[in-house]
Design a protein around this ligand. Sequence first.
Ligand SMILES: [Zn+2]
Ligand SMILES: [Zn+2]
Length: 139
Amino acid sequence: MEYLILGLAVIVIAVALSFFANLFKKAKPKNQSKTSNQNKSQNGAGGPFLVTCPMCGSPLPKGDNLVTKVYRPMNVPDQRCTINGCPHCYPRPEPGIRRQCPCCKKEVPLNGYLIARLFNYKNNKKHVMVTGCSECCKK
Ligand SMILES: [Zn+2]
Ligand SMILES: [Zn+2]
C-alpha cells in the first residue's frame, strides 16, 4: 500500500514538472517570434516590392531592381508608373527571354513599357498592379 502511494506521488511530481516545462517552452518561442517579426518588418521597409519581373517573369533577387518611372505627385495613395523592365530584359533582353505584356500577351518592344498603378499603403508597403503596356494602351 505504501509503495502505491509513493508511486502516485512520483507520477504527480512528474506531471507537474512536465506541465511547468511546457509552460516555459510555450512562453519562450512567443517572445522570439515577436522579435523576429519586428526585424522582418524593419528589413522589408524600402526593399524591392516585386518578386518577379512583370515583363519577362524572371525571379528578381534583392538588389536586382526593376527599371521604373514613378510620376508625381509622390504623396497620393495611387500613383501611375511605367516599368521598362528588369536587368534581365532591359535595356537588352537576355537570350531566351521575351518581353511580354501580362495583359495583352503581346511582345513589348524595347522602347515600349508596361503601365502600372502603384498603391502606397499606410504601413509603408507598396503594391503594383500592371494595367497594360504601351501597345495595348494606345487604343
Ligand atoms: Zn524582366
Ligand atoms: Zn499590353
